[in-house]
Design a protein around this ligand. Structure first.
Ligand SMILES: [Zn+2]
Length: 420
């Protein structure tokens, strides 16, 4: 039998075409991701030559209608419902269930990968607390990062990975550690000795920052993975300068006294490039775009693991997940330097737009159509996974779905009679 955790590593997060097409919400420009630091990237030189390379990566397919997909859906919906119970004022509490305004029927559509999904429902677009939306968003972000890194390397550029951490204690509130991390990062990236200025002699070109958090014996551990793009190799001594600057940031913001070990680790271009070149499924692109979904190591737990534990009845894990949800609300998971996406020919689309994008073309025929009141019953009795599986059956999906809906309606009437 497949355990839920095992299934997670096997499922396709989302197809590349889904991430790219977004039929309802084409990739547009979103200046929110622009950071003030770093050079404005213009068209001259390499900048004008960007041609999007064919991006290939391996992913495991799960057959539509299969037990594996059904189990994964059940688990995903269950985690989503738990998150909604822990954070009732968040949009995750109705994500994938509440119908859109002016929609009076839910359409069950066939996605790019052949799997059925519900169209006409609201999506929360949370990369942090929603099990369904975060997968879709992470897959799109992964593709963007892979595209950018592949282009940068084809242009002869270097990529280094910097990880930024701060010391913390069990009694620290997450929002306080997070604020300190944010303040120190701003310090590192501003002023005459900003990271971009220090690395200018080495052709600093921009950075992609990814925010991640785990919870362990020493409490909350928010940290940043930063991909630094530069044209020339960076000598080892420069790392010491950056470490000193990070330490100064922690002291300046009263987070660590002088002499404390604050964390700035640096993987130089060669090591990072090897990481990029790995033929496996986890590389630099995954490290920044999907690290918030992975299992934490060294005894710590990721928010995903906390949610899983909460679903199994761990109240403490549930409280920690709720604290995480509030602290991370509105925080960006990925942050690109100004102009970086444009340089690589990438549009800038919000998490909400990705979550809202549809697999199926607008003109596609639905597998089945469900009136809004029947859909409400499907959600009330937590039958979404079962309904989607029914729609993936061989034969007439509408007939199978209608049969299931009539069974559900009977069950509903029976429960009303019992109460009466
Ligand atoms: Zn959602």
């Amino acid at each position: 039998m497949l355990l839920a955790q095992d299934i997670t590593s096997q499922i396709p997060l989302v197809s590349s075409t889904r991430a790219q097409r977004g039929s309802r919400s084409p990739l547009g420009s979103n200046t929110k991701s622009a950071s003030p630091e770093g050079p404005r990237l213009g068209p001259p030189g390499l900048e004008g030559t960007a041609v999007r390379p064919e991006v290939q990566y391996s992913r495991t397919q799960i057959k539509p209608g299969s037990d594996e997909l059904h189990l994964d859906r059940q688990r995903r919906f269950k985690l989503q419902e738990t998150a909604g119970q822990l954070l009732p004022e968040f949009r995750v509490s109705f994500c994938g269930r509440r119908r859109r305004r002016a929609v009076d029927e839910i359409k069950i559509m066939k996605g790019d990968d052949g799997a059925a999904y519900a169209s006409g429902v609201q999506r929360c677009g949370s990369v942090w607390v929603c099990e369904a939306c975060s997968r879709r968003i992470a897959a799109a972000r992964r593709l963007e990062t892979i595209t950018a890194l592949a282009q940068w390397r084809s242009q002869g550029g270097h990529v280094s990975m910097m990880t930024l951490t701060l010391p913390h204690k069990r009694e620290h509130k997450l929002k306080h550690v997070l604020l300190a991390l944010s303040d120190c990062t701003s310090y590192l990236n501003s002023g005459k000795r900003a990271l971009s200025a220090l690395l200018k002699p080495y052709g600093y070109f921009g950075q992609i920052r990814a925010l991640e958090v785990t919870n362990g014996l020493n409490g909350w551990h928010p940290h940043l993975h930063v991909l630094v793009l530069h044209r020339l190799p960076i000598p080892y001594g420069v790392q010491d300068v950056l470490k000193a600057r990070w330490e100064a940031a922690a002291i300046r913001h009263h987070w660590a006294p002088p002499g404390w070990s604050v964390g700035l680790s640096w993987q130089d271009g060669t090591a990072a490039a090897d990481y990029v070149n790995k033929s496996g499924t986890w590389g630099l692109a995954e490290e920044v775009s999907q690290s918030h979904l992975k299992q934490a190591g060294r005894g710590g737990r990721s928010p995903h693991q906390l949610l899983l534990a909460a679903t199994l009845g761990d109240k403490k894990a549930g409280a920690l997940f709720a604290e995480f949800g509030h602290a991370f609300k509105g925080k960006r998971q990925l942050f690109w330097s100004a102009g970086l996406k444009a340089h690589f020919g990438l549009g800038d689309v919000s998490d909400e737009e990705i979550a809202d994008s549809e697999d199926a073309p607008v003109e596609a025929e639905p597998l089945a159509v469900i009136p809004a009141d029947k859909w409400a019953l499907v959600c009330k009795y937590r039958q979404r996974a079962e309904l989607l599986r029914a729609a993936e059956c061989d034969g007439d999906a509408q007939v199978t779905v209608d049969f299931m809906l009539s069974w559900l309606f009977d069950r509903h009437l029976e429960s009303i009679r019992r109460v009466a």
